[in-house]
Design a binder for this molecule. Structure first.
Ligand SMILES: [Cu+2]
Length: 277
């Protein structure tokens, strides 16, 4: 699992969550960040297991210092998605002093999963974050689900997420989705910040599993906007129950949006299929 610095920098540009301005790409000696000390090699469906790993720096020393702060662009985001985009897990393991990361995880079903370690190191310079990835196969009968077509309304635990209008999304352009979110009793939902944002919008492309991540930020929140190339995208809660979600995707195709938000103490994940031209 070795990544050349060039690939890491490109990943920061095309897939970064809040990457800063495009870095200068210079070709020098290969410097790599690696996932290291990964365990366990095998996992079983439905059984809690502790994933543990660390990130080794190009020098070979473990990465121990991560970006901190109030926004979502800190530490390590561990995102695990089944390759048919039917299910997602999202954690924020706290780095231990020696750089080890440990997270209790239950893979819900057999299947092939992509594990994304979205990393925000405390470094000076243009490299704001990068992703290291690993595929994991959970043995057993794989319940492959075809991706459902775009549906504007998704219900999760009685909460209703409704996209306003029919979204016309284009690659490489900042687009916005307006969502109306109501409680089971029909009243507008109020969103409580969770991991530095009012909502997290996690995007995966069907087939290639390309990844992008934007946020809906509380008024006045710092360090919450996402940047792609020269565009900056940030969603806002415009009024109670309404989320404006920034969509900024590098390539066209069918994408799955997992919108995660905390309402009334529940963390809810609302999945949508999006067609991007
Ligand atoms: Cu996030």
């Amino acid at each position: 699992m070795r990544f050349a610095a060039l690939a890491v920098l490109l990943a920061a540009v095309v897939a970064g969550c809040g990457s800063s301005a495009p870095p200068q790409i210079t070709v020098g000696a290969a410097r790599t960040y690696d996932l290291a000390a990964w365990s366990p090699a095998r996992v079983a469906a439905g059984k809690p297991t502790v994933l543990s790993f660390r990130i080794d720096q190009p020098s070979g020393a473990p990465l121990t210092r991560y970006r901190t702060g109030t926004g979502p662009h800190t530490g390590v985001h561990l995102i695990i998605v089944r390759d048919d985009l039917a299910t997602i897990l999202h954690y924020h393991p706290k780095p231990e002093p020696d750089g080890m990361l440990r997270q209790r995880v239950t893979f819900p079903t057999p299947g092939v999963y992509k594990v994304i370690v979205d990393t925000y190191p405390a470094l000076s310079g243009p490299l704001r974050n990068f992703q290291l990835t690993r595929m994991m196969t959970v043995p057993g009968h794989v319940p492959h689900q075809a991706l459902p077509p775009f549906k504007p309304v998704v219900k999760v635990d009685g909460y209703r997420f409704a996209i306003q209008g029919k979204p016309k999304l284009r690659a490489v352009q900042a687009n916005f989705l307006t969502l109306h979110v109501t409680r089971p009793d029909g009243s507008p939902a109020t969103f409580t910040p969770w991991f530095g944002a009012l909502a997290h919008a996690i995007f995966f492309r069907e087939g290639t599993l390309d990844y992008f991540h934007t946020h809906v930020c509380a008024a006045g929140a710092s360090g919450c906007a996402s940047v792609f190339g020269g565009s900056r995208v940030v969603g806002r809660q415009t009024k109670p129950g309404v989320l404006r979600v920034g969509v900024l995707l590098p390539v066209s195709g069918t994408w799955r949006l997992f919108l995660q938000t905390r309402i009334d103490g529940h963390v809810l994940t609302a999945p949508f299929t999006l067609n991007v031209r």
